[in-house]
Design a protein around this ligand. Structure first.
Ligand code: NAP
Length: 306
């Protein structure tokens, strides 16, 4: 069952599993990318309890938010049944800005506000449930970034604010300038990317009693590769554990492994395939034994704990 969580005291509830929209326009079969097809998938997710959508201004070369808007337009009442997380701050050369030559970050107050207003317009919504600064911008002061987020919160354009890919120091600094505390750090966290359990970001979330969001839970699909040594070890370990966990597959065990961490991350589902989404939802009920959690850690690393 997909539970719902207030990921921080000062924010709306989100579903424990989140649906990621990074790849929704990448399908070879474009009939899977039409507004109706996307609406159908979002509704199927919501029916499964996955009501939170994760997106970003930059996704799909700045096209995904518009595609979400096109889907929501077909049934405006559906907006009330979901929560929308989006991100701002990454600017790459693209068809809309031929003058832009160098990919860069910009999280100045003016840029954040402009981007959030564009996201609202593109998605055809009045309020963003959670706005994340996509990546730290080394050229912008925390005061500047906080000014933009604080204004958006005050003006009711966003219901909560957080960050993504911030290290512990960057998080502390920006948080110290916020009128209302940051509600999450969206970080890469999976069996194939365990940095958050070593670099302090997951611990920092526990300290602040906020829940992180975990992106690329299957290592961008690398976990399924047949020529990757860590993936091959994990596939063998998953096959060994499967019967004990009611036939669980490697992707289900990988999600259960993330969710078992005491920081209680919200994994973001990356597949476009409904059958795979349904399988992931079942993973929310798997409770891994301590030794099996460490057994998967061992398989990922290729050695036992020190
Ligand atoms: P992921 O689950 O690690 O990777 C998804 C990829 O794995 C897709 O290409 C998918 O292909 C494939 N896949 C999934 N299940 C599979 C299976 N059983 N067998 C074979 N292939 C499988 O997630 P992700 O897409 O990289 O990231 C998830 C979300 O995280 C994104 O949508 C985005 O919202 C968020 N994100 C955030 C950041 C950030 O900086 N904050 C960065 C990256 C991503 P199919 O579609 O064919 O299943």
């Amino acid at each position: 069952m997909i539970t719902r969580h207030r990921i921080a005291p000062n924010c709306p509830e989100f579903s424990r599993l989140v649906y990621g929209t990074w790849r929704i326009l990448d399908e070879a079969d474009k009939s899977n990318c039409t507004p109706q097809a996307l609406l159908n998938r979002f509704k199927a997710c919501a029916d499964l309890g996955v009501t939170t959508l994760d997106t970003a201004e930059i996704y799909g070369g700045y096209h995904v938010e518009e595609a979400i808007g096109g889907a929501l337009k077909l049934d405006p009442s559906f907006r009330e049944k979901i929560e929308i997380v989006t991100k701002c701050g990454i600017y790459i050369p693209c068809e809309f800005h031929p003058e832009r030559k160098v990919a860069h970050y910009n999280v100045t107050a003016a840029r954040i506000i402009k981007s959030a207003e564009k996201s609202l317009r593109f998605m055809g919504i009045d309020e963003i449930d959670l706005l994340l600064v996509h990546r730290p911008d080394w050229l912008t002061s925390a005061d500047e970034t906080a000014e933009g987020l604080n204004k958006l919160l005050k003006d009711g354009k966003i219901r909560s604010a957080g960050v993504s890919n911030y290290n512990v120091h960057q998080f502390e600094l920006l948080n110290s300038r916020m009128d209302v505390p940051l509600v999450t750090n969206q970080i890469e966290f999976s069996l194939l990317h365990m940095d958050p359990i070593y670099d302090g970001t997951a611990d920092q979330c526990q300290r602040h009693r906020i829940l992180p969001m975990a992106w690329s839970p299957l290592g961008q699909g690398r976990l399924m590769k047949k020529d990757d040594p860590a993936a091959i070890r994990l596939q063998a370990k998953a096959a060994e554990l499967s019967a004990k966990y009611d036939g669980a597959t490697i992707d289900q065990l990988a999600y259960a492994w993330i969710m078992a961490h005491p920081s209680s991350p919200l994994p973001i589902i990356g597949t476009n395939k409904l059958e795979r989404i349904k399988a992931v939802v079942k993973a929310a009920d798997i409770r891994l034994d301590r030794e099996d959690w460490y057994g998967l850690w061992e398989a990922a690393k290729g050695h036992g704990v020190p």
